[in-house]
Design a protein around this ligand. Structure first.
Ligand code: FAD
Length: 477
C-alpha cells in the first residue's frame, strides 16, 4: 500500500495551494480529485478534448487558476485525477481510481478540501427540465462551452448572483432577467462593506466589471424579489417571481410571470461536509458560512489528530480564503512532521494570517448584507417534490414532521434523503420544516449521518470479484 506524508482530498484552490506549499517544504504529498482536471469550482478548466489557444480570452479566473496549477506542477506533489474518495478509516483514504480500481492509500496527515455545492432551493416546479443551479450553468459554459438555454432567467442572492449572469452573458448567453432576494444595498450596508475594503480591492474591481457589463448589456437586476414557481408541462416555459417581505416571504399580489426556457438558481452554497462527518469530526452550525461546518482551530486542525480541513468545505468563505487557509494548514503539517521549525511556522504564517483576516472581514460584511432569510424554506406547495431522488412531495412528509423533530425518523418513514444525493438536496429543507413546526433552532436539528460510500459508486467498482459464494451463482452448464 502506498503511503504519503500528506494526502490532500480536493484539487480546488485550497487543495492546490496546500499541496504546493507542503511539497515545497519537502513533504511527500498526494493530491486526489474526482474530476479529470484540477481547479475546483472557480478555476474549472475546459474539459478533455478541448484545446485552449488563448487563455486570456477565458477570463481572469481562468488565468489565476492557470498560475496556481502551474506552481503545483512545478512541485514534487503527486496528483491522482478521476479518483473519488469514498471514505477515510484507519489513517487510510478509500478511493475508486480512474481505472475503476478500489484502493486505499495511507497517510500520516490528511487535509480535506472538498469545496461546496449550490444551495438547493425548493419551490413549485424546481425539478422541471430547464431549471438548473447557477453553478451547473457555469460548469456547462466553463468545461464544455455550452450555453444552458436561449432565454435564461436568473434568481439568486449574493455577489455571485451578479457574477454568474455577467459571466454567462459575456459568453453570449441571452439573460432575460435577474432577481435578487435581498434589498438593494442601502447606506448602512455600503458603509459596512466600504469599511472592509482594505485588502479586497480585487473583489470590488471584479464586482464593478460584472455590474458594468450588465448595465452595458441592458440586463436589469430587480432587488427584493424571489422565485415563486417554475412553470411548464414537460419543461420550463415561464417563471413566476414576486416581491418579498423582510424575511423573504413572497408578498401576495405582486407576482409576475415571464417566459424563459432556463432558470438558474443561485442562492449561495453549502459546504461538502460528508468526509468530516464520516470521520466523526466535531461539527457546528453557522448559517452565514453555509450551515453545518467542521470545527477547526487557527491552523485548520479538526478535533481529530492528523486530520485538517481548509476551503469552502469547512465553511463557505471564498477562493482567496481557501488558498490562504490551505497554505496555513500546509505549514502546520510541515511543522508537525518536523520539516520546518516553530519559528519558520510562525514567521511564514504571520503575513498569510493577516491577509486572511482582511478577507474574512470583507466576507463577513457581504454575508451580513446578503444573509439568507427563512422565507427561502417556505416556497413549496403541498404537491411540490421535496426529495427529488425518491420523488416525495411535501404532503407526504408533513404528517411525519408533525410527530418528530428528528430528520432520521423522517428519513426512515419516508425514504426522504435515501437516494443518490443522500440528502444534499432535501435535508436542509426538511430540517427547516421541522424547525418551524416544533419551534426549534434550525442549527440544532441533527442532519444526515453520512457513511461509506461518501459519493455514489457502481457496485462493480467496489465489489471484490475474486470472492465467489457459489450458492449465489447459477451454474451455466
Ligand atoms: C458551483 C460553484 C461555482 C462557483 N463559482 C464561483 C465564481 O464564479 N466566482 C467565485 O469567486 N467563486 C465561485 N465559487 C466559489 C469558489 O469556487 C470557492 O470559493 C472556491 O472554489 C473554494 O475552493 P475549494 O478549494 O475550497 O473548493 P473547490 O474549488 O470546490 O474544490 C474542491 C475540489 O474537491 C473535489 N472533491 C470533492 N469531494 C471529493 C471526493 N470525495 N473525492 C475526490 N475529490 C473530491 C472536487 O472535485 C473539487 O475539485 C463557486 C462555487 C461553486 C460551488
Amino acid at each position: 500500500m502506498q503511503e504519503f506524508d500528506l494526502v490532500v482530498i480536493g484539487g480546488g484552490p485550497a487543495g492546490i495551494a496546500a499541496a504546493t506549499a507542503a511539497s515545497n517544504h519537502n513533504l511527500n504529498v498526494l493530491l486526489i480529485d474526482e474530476r479529470s482536471t484540477l481547479g475546483g469550482q472557480i478555476y474549472k478548466r475546459v474539459g478533455p478534448g478541448f484545446e485552449v489557444k488563448d487563455s486570456i480570452k477565458l477570463g481572469a479566473d481562468y488565468l489565476r487558476g492557470e498560475i496556481l496549477i502551474k506552481s503545483l506542477s512545478k512541485s514534487n506533489a503527486e496528483i491522482m485525477l478521476e479518483t473519488t474518495v469514498l471514505s477515510v478509516e484507519d489513517s487510510q483514504v478509500i478511493v475508486v481510481t480512474a481505472d475503476n480500481k478500489y484502493d486505499s492509500i495511507k497517510y500520516k496527515k490528511l487535509l480535506i478540501t472538498p469545496g461546496a455545492y449550490d444551495r438547493p432551493v425548493v419551490f413549485p416546479g424546481w425539478t422541471l427540465p430547464g431549471v438548473i443551479t447557477a453553478g451547473a450553468a457555469q460548469s456547462l459554459v466553463k468545461t464544455q462551452r455550452v450555453l444552458p438555454g436561449s432565454r435564461i432567467f436568473f434568481a439568486g442572492s449574493g455577489p455571485l448572483a451578479l457574477a454568474f449572469p455577467a459571466q454567462l452573458s459575456k459568453m453570449g448567453a441571452n439573460i432575460v432577467g435577474i432577481i435578487e432576494a435581498a434589498p438593494r444595498p442601502g447606506f448602512v450596508k455600503i458603509f459596512r462593506i466600504a469599511r472592509s475594503l482594505r485588502g479586497n480591492l480585487d473583489l470590488i474591481r471584479d464586482a464593478f466589471f460584472y455590474q458594468f457589463h450588465l448595465v452595458k448589456s441592458r440586463i436589469r437586476i430587480q432587488y427584493g424579489r424571489i422565485i415563486v414557481s417554475a412553470n411548464g408541462t414537460d419543461r420550463l416555459e415561464s417563471i413566476t417571481y414576486a416581491r418579498v417581505d423582510k424575511n423573504w416571504r413572497p408578498i401576495s399580489g405582486t407576482e409576475k410571470t415571464v417566459p424563459a426556457d432556463t432558470l438558474c438558481i443561485g442562492y449561495g452554497f453549502f459546504p461538502s461536509v460528508e468526509l468530516f462527518k464520516i470521520l466523526n469530526c466535531e461539527m457546528s452550525y453557522d448559517e452565514s458560512r453555509g450551515g453545518t461546518v467542521v470545527q477547526l482551530d487557527e491552523w485548520g486542525s479538526t478535533s481529530l489528530p492528523n486530520v485538517f480541513g481548509a476551503g469552502d468545505g469547512t465553511g463557505v468563505s471564498g477562493s482567496y480564503v481557501a488558498i490562504l487557509n490551505g497554505q496555513i494548514a500546509a505549514l502546520r503539517i510541515a511543522y508537525e512532521l518536523d520539516k520546518i521549525s516553530e519559528k519558520t511556522l510562525f514567521n511564514l504564517s504571520k503575513s498569510i494570517r493577516k491577509e486572511v483576516n482582511l478577507r474574512k472581514k470583507f466576507q463577513k460584511a457581504i454575508n451580513h448584507a446578503y444573509a439568507v432569510k427563512s422565507g427561502i424554506y417556505q416556497l413549496a406547495s403541498s404537491e411540490t417534490i421535496i426529495c427529488r431522488c425518491e420523488s416525495i412531495p411535501l404532503k407526504d412528509l408533513l404528517p411525519i414532521i408533525e410527530s418528530t423533530s428528528d430528520f432520521s425518523v423522517v428519513k426512515a418513514y419516508s425514504r426522504c434523503g435515501m437516494g443518490l444525493c443522500q440528502g444534499r438536496n432535501c435535508q436542509r429543507q426538511v430540517s427547516a420544516l421541522i424547525a418551524a413546526k416544533h419551534g426549534l433552532d434550525l442549527g440544532k436539528i441533527p442532519g444526515t449521518t453520512p457513511r461509506f460510500p461518501a459519493k455514489p459508486v457502481l457496485l462493480g467498482q467496489i465489489a471484490d470479484s475474486s470472492i465467489r459464494d457459489e450458492k449465489y451463482f447459477i451454474d451455466e452448464q
